[in-house]
Write a protein that binds this ligand. Structure first.
Ligand code: NAD
Ligand code: UDP
Length: 317
């Protein structure tokens, strides 16, 4: 039995990972400051005798004994990471240093949840891991993009300098049940708006593209990456669904699948919003034998069912 720390474990992706690791028979420490995460995401697991929940902020050091660390602590939605950008930088930098220090002391393997945002507004399409990116260092997304870039730097420096075993994964847009209703990212926004027959808010003309990965596929990739035993294989590695859709196409699909009467409302495009994004997943296919199996429509149907249920419970309460 391994003892595994998941930071950000009460968040959207973190809660699915915690559940998966418990189901595999591990002891799991779920650490979270509950900024964007919620006890609701893990409430069904709280009776599990091998789960421990720790309210803690990763910008402060923590003394634990663990075999593996998945570092997911960081708000992921632009609305939330821009709410307190200095805190976002601290979470990415001080949080990463604290978790790498913990990994160094305990000889634990450490997994870093990095992001496709390290590619910024990419000039190479699709994005391979060897592409260094096109990132604005002083814009409103920089606290997150540059924060995640320095976190990758720290991982590689701890690896080279101190031999820490690091695993870096660059996550492309991921969606699914347990995204918060007020998360602010595009999939949850559109589904919640469609279910309430409210206008679907498209930023800009909706011609920007994204690739959407269902959360179960992503978590499978996480575990394969952590369990990969190839000597010195640190990544970074792209995990995402290579299907590419415009935001307008996504809106139309959500309207169709919900049978909604929502109309589309165009709103100003936020600064530095990337125009296109699609992962090249060749490395994940070759090294991890991984590729997503849940396609957009199938994943949207599951996610719509989740939000439908959640909204009806909230209306009832
Ligand atoms: P989320 O906001 O639902 O989860 C983040 C979790 O981290 C929350 O539970 C939050 O309370 C916690 N947290 C934030 N700051 C913290 C701190 N200082 N100390 C302790 N806990 C803290 O977002 P998510 O979509 O589940 O993202 C999880 C991770 O994956 C993040 O690191 C994010 O950057 C990365 N990621 C996600 C996506 C995506 O599409 N979902 C894409 C790229 C990268
Ligand atoms: N977006 C949108 N309407 C919304 C939320 C987002 O049109 O209500 C757009 C946003 O401008 C971006 C894309 O959808 O082009 C994905 O946004 P999200 O915040 O989900 O993620 P990110 O920009 O970090 O990929």
């Amino acid at each position: 039995m391994k003892r595994i720390l998941v930071t950000g474990g009460a968040g959207f992706i973190g809660s699915h990972l915690v559940e998966r690791l418990l189901n595999q028979g591990n002891e799991v420490l779920c650490l979270d400051n509950f900024f964007t995460g919620s006890k609701d995401n893990i409430v069904h697991l709280l009776d599990h005798k091998y789960l421990e929940v720790i309210r803690h902020d990763v910008i402060e050091p923590v003394l634990l004994e663990v075999d593996e660390i998945y570092n997911l602590a960081c708000p992921a939605s632009p609305v939330h990471y821009q709410y307190n950008p200095v805190k976002t930088v601290k979470t990415n930098v001080l949080g990463m240093i604290n978790m790498l220090g913990l990994a160094k002391r305990t000889h634990a393997k450490i997994f870093q949840a990095s992001t496709s945002e390290v590619y910024g507004d990419p000039e190479q399409h699709p994005q391979t891991e060897s592409y260094w990116g096109h990132v604005n260092p002083i814009g409103i997304r920089s606290c997150y993009d540059e924060g995640k870039r320095i976190a990758e730097t720290l991982c590689m420096d701890y690896h080279r300098q101190s031999g820490v075993r690091v695993k870096i994964v660059r996550i492309f847009n991921t969606y699914g049940p347990r995204m918060a209703i007020n998360d602010g990212r595009v999939v949850s926004n559109f589904i919640v708006q469609a279910l309430q027959n409210k206008p679907i808010t498209i930023y800009g003309e909706g011609q920007q593209t994204r690739s959407f990965c269902y959360v179960d596929d992503l978590v499978e990739g996480f575990v394969r990456m952590m369990d990969n035993t190839e000597d010195g294989f640190t990544g970074p590695i792209n995990l995402g669904n290579p299907g590419e859709f415009t935001i307008m196409e996504l809106a139309q699909k959500v309207i169709q699948l919900t049978g909604s009467s929502s109309v589309i409302e165009k709103m100003p495009l936020p600064p530095d919003d990337p125009t296109q994004r699609r992962p090249d997943i060749t490395v994940a296919q070759e090294k991890l034998n991984w590729e997503p199996i849940i396609m957009l429509e199938q994943g949207l149907i599951k996610t719509i069912a989740y939000f439908d249920d959640k909204l009806s419970r909230e209306n009832f309460a």
